[in-house]
Design a protein around this ligand. Structure first.
Ligand code: 4FV
Length: 250
C-alpha cells in the first residue's frame, strides 16, 4: 500500500514511522509512506498557507490554493486518478476497526492533515472522499490522527504483523473486547495466573477466553454486543452472566 500524507509538519512523522512494526513493514515494502509539505505548493511570496476567515471570527483557515495545487501534482504522479482521499477532522466519521479493515484493502491512500480552525470548505467539497475523526475532542492538527489511521490500517495489511501476532484476536476484530493476557512468571508478588491458562487444555482455554471477552464487553461496552455475531454458546454465557449480575444487590 502507498500512503501520501499532506501536512504542514512532515517532521512530526519521522520518529513514529521509524520504529517497530511500521518501520519493519516499510523496510519490507508492505507499505510506502510519503509526507508532502503543503507549504511547498503555496504560490504567494511569503509562502503562507492560511488566512483569516471570511465572515470574521477567531483563528485562521487553510487556503484552498496550496491544497488544489498539491492535488494536481499528486494526480499527475498517479496517472490522473487518486484513490481514497481522507481528511482528518472532528466532524468526520468515527474511526473504527471495521473502517481500518476497509481502508487496508486500498492500494493508495491520501491523508490530509488540517491545522488552525480547519480547511477551506471547497477542498472538502471537491477533493475529499472520506472524513475521519479519531474522537470527540479538538487537537492542534490532523497529524496525530493521521498517524493513528496509518498505524491501525497497516496492522490490517497481510504480513505486517508477522506470524507471531494475529490481528484476528484483537479487540474489536470480531467486535468484542479482548480477553486478559498473562505471561511469566506464574506468580508475581503473590499474584497468580489463572490455572486454566496453565492447563494446556486448548478447548477449555478457548472457552475461558471467550467468556472473559463477553464479560468485559458486557461490563465496559455493552453497546458493542449488538454488532457481534453471537454463537449459541455465547448466548448461554451471556444469560448466565446477566442472571449473575441481576442476582447482585447493585
Ligand atoms: C481531529 C479529530 C481534530 C481540528 C482543527 C485539527 C483538529 C485542526 N482530527 N479527529 N478529533 N483535528 O481535532 O481527527 O485543524
Amino acid at each position: 500500500m502507498k500512503i501520501d500524507i499532506l501536512t504542514l509538519f512532515p517532521e512530526m512523522f519521522v520518529s513514529p514511522f521509524n520504529a517497530s512494526i511500521i518501520k519493519r513493514a516499510r523496510e519490507r515494502n508492505l507499505i510506502e509512506i510519503n509526507t508532502i509539505n503543503i507549504r511547498d505548493y503555496s504560490r504567494n511570496k511569503h509562502h503562507t498557507v492560511d488566512d483569516t476567515p471570511f465572515g470574521g471570527g477567531a483563528g485562521m483557515v487553510m487556503m484552498p490554493e496550496p491544497l488544489f495545487e498539491c492535488f494536481d501534482h499528486l494526480k499527475e504522479m498517479h496517472g490522473g486518478q487518486l484513490g481514497r482521499v481522507i481528511m482528518m477532522c472532528p466532524q468526520g466519521q468515527p474511526f473504527t476497526q471495521e473502517y481500518a479493515k476497509e481502508l487496508a484493502r486500498e492500494e493508495h491512500l491520501v491523508l490530509v492533515c488540517g491545522h488552525y480552525e480547519g480547511i477551506d470548505e471547497r477542498v472538502r467539497e471537491n477533493l475529499i472522499t472520506d472524513e475521519i475523526s479519531i474522537g470527540d475532542y479538538v487537537l492542534t492538527g490532523g497529524e496525530l490522527p493521521a498517524m493513528v489511521v496509518v498505524d491501525a490500517v497497516s496492522r490490517m495489511i497481510p504480513g505486517v504483523l508477522g506470524e507471531a501476532a494475529s490481528a484476528e484476536e484483537d479487540s474489536f476484530y470480531h467486535g468484542l473486547l479482548e480477553y486478559p493476557h498473562y505471561t511469566k512468571p506464574r506468580e508475581y508478588r503473590g499474584l497468580a495466573v489463572p490455572d486454566i491458562l496453565l492447563s494446556g487444555h486448548h478447548e477449555n482455554i478457548r472457552r475461558w477466553r471467550r467468556r472473559q471477552s463477553l464479560l468485559r464487553t458486557l461490563e465496559r461496552r455493552p453497546e458493542l454486543l449488538k454488532g457481534v455475531e453471537l454463537s449459541k454458546e455465547d448466548k448461554k454465557v451471556l444469560r448466565e452472566l446477566l442472571e449473575l449480575l441481576q442476582g447482585l444487590e447493585l
